[in-house]
Ligand binder design. Sequence first.
Ligand code: WTA
Length: 633
Amino acid sequence: MSYRITDFDQYKRDYDLSVQNPESFWENVAENFTWDKKWTKVQSGNFSDANIKWFENGKLNITNNCLDRHIPTKANDLALLFIANSPEEIDKRFTFKELLDEVSLTANMLKAQGVQKGDRVILYMSMVPELLISVLACARIGAVHSVVFGGFSAQALAGRIEDAEAKLIITNDGGYRGDKIIPLKNIVDEALLLEGCESVEKVIVHKRVNNIINMSPERDVDWDAAREGMSLNCPAESMDAEDTLFTLYTSGSTGKPKGIKHTVAGYMVWAAYTFENVFQVEENDLYWCTADIGWITGHSYITYGPLLNGKSTVMFEGVPTYPDASRFWQIVEKYKITHFYTAPTAIRALMGCGDEFVEKNDLSSLKVIGSVGEPINDEAWHWYNEKVGKKKCPIVDTWWQTETGGIMISPLANITKLKPCFATLPLPGVRPVLLDEKGQEITSIEAEGNLCMKHPWPGVVRSIWGDHERYKQTYFSTYPGYYFTGDGCRRDSEGFFRITGRVDDVINVSGHRIGTAEVEDAIDQHHDVIEAAVVGYPHDIKGQGIYAFVMVSKNATEKIKEEIIASVVKYIGPIAKPDKIQIVKGLPKTRSGKIMRRILRKIAAAEFDSFGDISTLLDPEVVEEIKSGAILD
Ligand code: WTA
């Protein structure tokens, strides 16, 4: 039996089955995979007990399912195509057999370096094949991979190393990104000097850019040297269905980034099922997702989703605008890409560069185009549809989150009717509801409310690494019995969903999730800062920009704004730099001392006449002062 949905009637049938009898539905899907031992219970636990399990007592390894399983039929088929940052550099190809060999060899290397099942391995790398290989090598031996995006600073990296108590790090000497080189190894060195990183025993260094780096003789090991003489044979570790496959750190409304924990079997089933049905890739197609493996999209839809289905995947090292804004389209033409999956921020940036870049290349190979990471605005949707898809490619606007493991609400390509800017309908197994401010489900079809889920799906986050209590608090306490997404959503008269954006203190900058509290903490580190409040505001290209209102002491010099930016870059990374910094005399606080962010959000968005009730403010006059100094361009 296959799990591929082929038409809308089947979608409806499968959806209904998945709701009426989730266990038998997912059992049928799971039977398509290779298991060392079958599960004894399909699903247990719920959003009240926060103890969710899928395929309990089943034993398996996800890399057997990504690689070994396809060897009898696809050994020589393309598994991975790597396209380098520079168009001058030759691409690299790996068949399924070659990728299996690379993964096995690397897995043996990790073992030889002392990594055991359950150990955490941090991957702080650029988009090179060795990153995807390392991810799978960890999975092969049951080590927990935790990829940290190369745009995070030494401080941010150190925080993740400490939280994960990582034993080993894999990095590159540096990473190419357009005309820049990110000095990844130097950043690792810097991180490891910070307190809390004592757990790290070894750093494996893959050379990509050949810059000068220091190698610490006891700690650092060259990738090639470490792999020398390793066997190509590495039997996959038999994992429990609920063993941790990976953690991935992401931002929330409060506190430090959380290690989102996904487990082997449920995540595997979800990544595979959603990839197959949303994108509808066929034999001889070539699917390309432009994300970075440092984010969940690169986990589920560059690495696991395609390979689990025996489909080839493309990894691109560079950026959309290097050497110029036609790079994506040159790649589409050259490799005859059929499925193209990117983020609205990239679409808007390229749209802003002018149509001549997208019109230069032949995009006729494209069949399906996708969007992920943030709400896609009307203008960008239509430009994508007309200029890229030439009005013949369905746009799959896929809504999901790090926590959901895979796509939740999305059209299925060529199956679901499209509606601009709507993520449309839930996948089988997904039961979205809209809740009002009292926590009641809104029963009318046309509605707007907070988006929640009513029933566990296989890919749902299982815990926050090292802090199960925080897991319960974050996802299940706002609306008891439901999983709360943090997103607002509208439903139209046909039951189609449109995500309107975060309703909590998370901002989505160019598709990157950033917690306002984290940025505030980074700003507060500056000794002349008294207090800061950070909010998001609408930004033409990034979706949202970061606006910081900052109270500073008398000692602050005219350099204070630059210093604040430097502090954010130091503690988080360049992705969290405030776009606007307004120095203020006071912040609007309630009598109990809480900052009224609602008002700051309005000011940042230049909406000056709808502040609502401000009578509970301690000092309503600060609002006037902030308004008059607002940065509006
Ligand atoms: C937002 C990325 C509208 C949303 C996969 C969510 C979207 C957050 C869409 C998760 C979409 C993602 N339309 N909004 N198609 N996809 N989002 O964890 O606010 O990096 O909560 O996962 O991105 O971001 P994350």
